[in-house]
Design a protein around this ligand. Structure first.
Ligand code: AMP
Length: 404
């Protein structure tokens, strides 16, 4: 069964075609700068038959329909394509950022599902319209294939009410849906499944803390396989310190900035989205650059690293306490997978909680099936590369087969 996974942004379209027998990617790509004068297409074939070749070119891509046509054109190109015709695509899985309270699971797209995603736009005004556009274009181009929406928020719909409510007037929740939702759900779900497999236990048996640390970052508490809390809130601005987002903030700061600088809400929003976090503190948002500057003695870069780790440890500590028993702490995404220093700092001094990292394993996790804890550490820590496309494809296949 071949499944096409689509992640549509406002000016980009990411795609991956997966063969579910054996779960491997056949091809993937990115169409960027949709609607601008010069678009960019990057496509890679992963199958051995086509030699893993890379194709990159620029051309105007007027809209998402043209972008999707471009992707299909690459997948089916005579000689270099990985499928003969788009009729080989059995189903299309779409990443949808916000499912509000409508979706606890992935959903096969029909009129009601489209309407619910539409109604959720106020909660994710930048993402949901693009996701919706991707679904509509795919429906036109692949009329034979079921479309499945997989939501970033769905995994966290098991969080209990006492953890997801904000202490605000009740009507804000009832009338506008103001509450915590959480994001990165497909990533947390994927690494949780993988961690349970490495522990050799059913997912429904294990308690985990999963740390998705990338340019966006969130930590999730998982009890008996389901999410019971996560660091992000109503929007992906909350929680941890991230590349350009500062995470949790005293709400009074926003009023103070508005008054002192005479800034409008859209101006403050732009600062909170793009100029805060690690970038706000030291001017850089890539951990590799920040480490290099800190090593050369840049005090602000050192402070940014310390603040990043401190916030991670606050959540890890809180979730240890809430869960009571933790089987494993999992690191994933760009920083979690590649930065041994951050992992080491996050786990420092946790022997009394049953977690002891082995420095050698932490530097070479791939040699130890991702396990970075010392032999005998009751709580095990893993580095597990995330694979959101595969998780979306798995969930799409389950929906199509009627398993979800
Ligand atoms: P992601 O959003 O998961 O793609 O993660 C991207 C971020 O991962 C980058 O902005 C970097 O901060 C971080 N990153 C990627 N590679 C490394 C590395 N080798 N060491 C430290 N951080 C890294």
């Amino acid at each position: 069964m071949k499944i096409l996974v689509i992640n549509c942004g406002s000016s980009s379209l990411k795609y991956q075609l997966l063969e579910m027998d054996g779960e491997h990617a056949l091809a993937s790509g990115l169409v960027e700068r949709i609607g601008e004068s010069e678009g960019k297409v990057s496509h890679q074939n992963h199958s051995d038959a086509t030699g893993g070749q890379f194709i990159v070119y620029e051309k105007p891509i007027s809209d998402h329909r043209s972008a999707m046509n471009e992707a299909v054109g690459r997948l089916t190109a005579p000689g270099t394509g990985v499928i003969a015709s788009h009729s080989e695509i059995a189903a299309v899985g779409h990443r949808v950022v916000h499912g509000g309270e409508y979706f606890q699971k992935p959903a096969r797209v029909d009129q009601n599902v489209l309407k619910a995603i539409q109604q959720t736009i106020p909660l994710a005004p930048l993402h949901n319209p693009a996701n919706l556009m991707g679904i509509k274009v795919a429906q036109e181009l692949f009329p034979h294939a079921p479309q499945v929406a997989v939501f970033d928020t769905a995994f966290h719909q098991t969080i209990p009410a006492f953890a997801y409510h904000y202490a605000l007037p009740w009507s804000y929740y009832e009338q506008m849906g103001v509450r915590r939702y959480g994001f990165h759900g497909t990533s947390h779900q994927y690494v949780a499944r993988e961690a349970a497999a490495r522990l050799g236990r059913p997912l429904s048996d294990v308690n985990l803390i999963t740390a998705h640390l990338g340019s966006g970052a969130s930590i999730c508490a998982i009890e008996k396989g389901v999410s019971v809390d996560t660091s992000m809130g109503m929007t992906p601005l909350g929680g941890l310190i991230m590349g350009t987002r500062g995470g949790n903030l005293d709400p009074g700061v926003i009023m103070y900035i508005a008054e002192q600088k005479g800034m409008s809400l859209p101006e403050i929003n732009a600062v909170l989205q793009k100029e805060s976090g690690l970038k706000g503190i030291c001017g850089m948002n890539d951990l590799r650059d920040i480490h290099a500057a800190a090593d050369k003695g840049d005090a602000r870069s050192r402070l940014a690293l310390d603040m990043f780790v401190y916030r991670c440890r606050q959540y890890i500590g809180a979730y240890f306490f809430q869960l009571g028993r933790v089987d494993s702490l999992v690191f994933t995404a760009g920083i979690g997978e590649n930065d041994p220093a951050i992992r080491e700092s996050c786990c420092r001094g946790m022997a009394s909680l049953g977690l002891t990292v082995d420095p050698l394993r932490n530097r070479n996790p791939e040699k130890y099936r991702g396990e970075i804890t010392a032999a005998g550490s009751p709580v095990r820590a893993y580095v597990i590369p995330t694979n959101e496309e595969l998780e979306i494809a798995r969930q799409t296949a389950d929906v199509v087969k009627g398993k979800s």
